[in-house]
Ligand binder design. Structure first.
Ligand SMILES: *[C@@H]1O[C@H](CO)[C@@H](O)[C@H](O)[C@H]1NC(C)=O
Ligand SMILES: *[C@@H]1O[C@H](CO)[C@@H](O)[C@H](O)[C@H]1NC(C)=O
Ligand SMILES: *[C@@H]1O[C@H](CO)[C@@H](O)[C@H](O)[C@H]1NC(C)=O
Ligand SMILES: *[C@@H]1O[C@H](CO)[C@@H](O)[C@H](O)[C@H]1NC(C)=O
Length: 347
């Protein structure tokens, strides 16, 4: 789908909503069913969201405010639900991202997008209900300005931010959640209480995709903006050595991991834990991912090799919705919906 940034914000999502709105409706229904299965009091929460939460949209900056209103109107869904759906990714997205260089200095960027933990286990099919609904809703977007493609992204229908995107010839960006006590919940709470200095993650990434001209522009924006939630930004450029993982607290970058600073390796692999500390035993996708990358070797870095690494369990797991492969210099970007055959880790 094309998202035309020259259209009025409230109309930008009309075309997508017309063709795919039913998928967003289904996702929201799964979300509500899961909530209701936890507790009967959830009905009160849902009615609060439908009747009151929509007002909160006016605290968001433009153009996101009008885009969300337009989207809710075009899909005929409650604004409060559409808003919550867009903000939800701020707090719970599990992923694996890789930046890697082949032996000729070509840089590649790849990621798995995992989502839906604890959101409705279907014991008959051994799948997560939310994850399955999201798989159906993956779309490729081309964002246009002045009739030109400005950047490309992979989105779930109804999500107006950016988690996986590439500006051909310039840079590529993926976002991984960073779990932290001083995490997204606190940032969101502060927002609700009226502290509005920090940026919603998904809006800052869109701003970067829209405005940054190159790797360096993007790097400084991602490093310095105050955020609502801690996060990892995985950023690749258009030439060799332009590859970083930025570890962010809400306020600042607490670490920048450069590929070029470490001659011993040809890749950076980030899951959801600080690269200098050990991942927890119950979620060690990193060791497996690294083992696969080491086995792949620099010579075999490319779409095929990276796809294989990202299809290795438990890097691939029951939460994985899609795998995306990107090469900035050629402008190539491909995404694949993933399925994890049993036996397969639930996360
Ligand atoms: C909502 O959509 C209808 C068409 O479906 C349009 O006529 C109306 O102007 C829209 N309202 C707003 C507030 O955007
Ligand atoms: C479970 O799997 C069956 C058979 O593949 C399918 O028809 C059904 O829709 C699945 N259930 C869910 C909730 O996805
Ligand atoms: C990389 O981007 C910079 C800045 O936009 C540009 O000057 C340069 O030509 C690009 N290099 C390649 C190899 O595309
Ligand atoms: C990496 O190699 C370059 C030259 O090949 C050298 O200047 C640099 O010091 C090396 N860095 C490390 C961390 O070994």
């Amino acid at each position: 789908y094309h998202i035309d940034l020259d259209l009025a914000p409230q109309n930008r999502w009309d075309d997508l909503a017309f063709h795919e709105g039913a998928k967003l409706k289904k996702i929201l229904q799964v979300f509500k069913d899961v909530l209701l299965s936890f507790s009967k009091y959830s009905a009160n929460i849902i009615s609060f969201v439908d009747n009151n939460l929509g007002q909160l949209v006016d605290t968001l900056p433009q153009p996101y405010r009008d885009e969300l209103k337009g989207l809710a109107n075009a899909t005929n869904l409650p604004l409060g639900e559409v808003l919550l759906y867009n903000l939800f990714y701020e707090v719970f997205t599990v992923c694996t991202s890789i930046l890697a260089e082949d032996d000729r200095g070509n840089l590649y960027h790849a990621r798995n997008m995992d989502f839906g933990l604890f959101m409705g286990w279907d014991s008959q099919n051994s799948t997560w209900l939310m994850t399955e609904a999201l798989k159906d809703s993956v779309v490729n977007l081309k964002w246009k300005k002045n009739g030109q493609v400005l950047f490309k992204s992979v989105n779930y229908v109804g999500y107006i931010g950016v988690f996986t995107a590439m500006k051909p010839g310039a840079f590529s960006l993926t976002v991984n959640e960073r779990f932290n006590i001083d995490g997204g919940y606190l940032g969101i709470l502060k927002w609700l209480l009226g502290y509005r200095q920090s940026s919603w993650l998904t809006f800052i990434t869109r701003q970067v995709m829209e405005t940054a001209r190159d790797f360096h522009d993007a790097y400084y924006l991602l490093r310095d903006k105050e955020l609502l939630a801690p996060v990892y930004f995985i950023l690749g450029g258009n030439q060799t050595d332009q590859a970083v993982v930025i570890t962010r607290s809400r306020l600042e970058a607490i670490d920048v991991w450069h590929l070029s600073m470490d001659n011993s390796t040809f890749y950076l692999l980030e899951t959801n834990y600080d690269h200098w500390s050990k991942p927890p035993f119950y979620d060690d996708r990193r060791s497996v991912g690294r083992k696969c990358m080491d086995g792949l070797t620099k010579k075999n870095v490319g779409f095929l090799g990276l796809f294989d690494v990202l299809s290795s369990k438990p890097v691939l797991n029951k939460l994985t919705t899609y795998t995306t492969l990107m090469q900035v210099s050629s402008g190539r970007m491909e995404s694949y919906i993933q399925y994890c055959q049993n036996p397969c880790s639930p996360w």
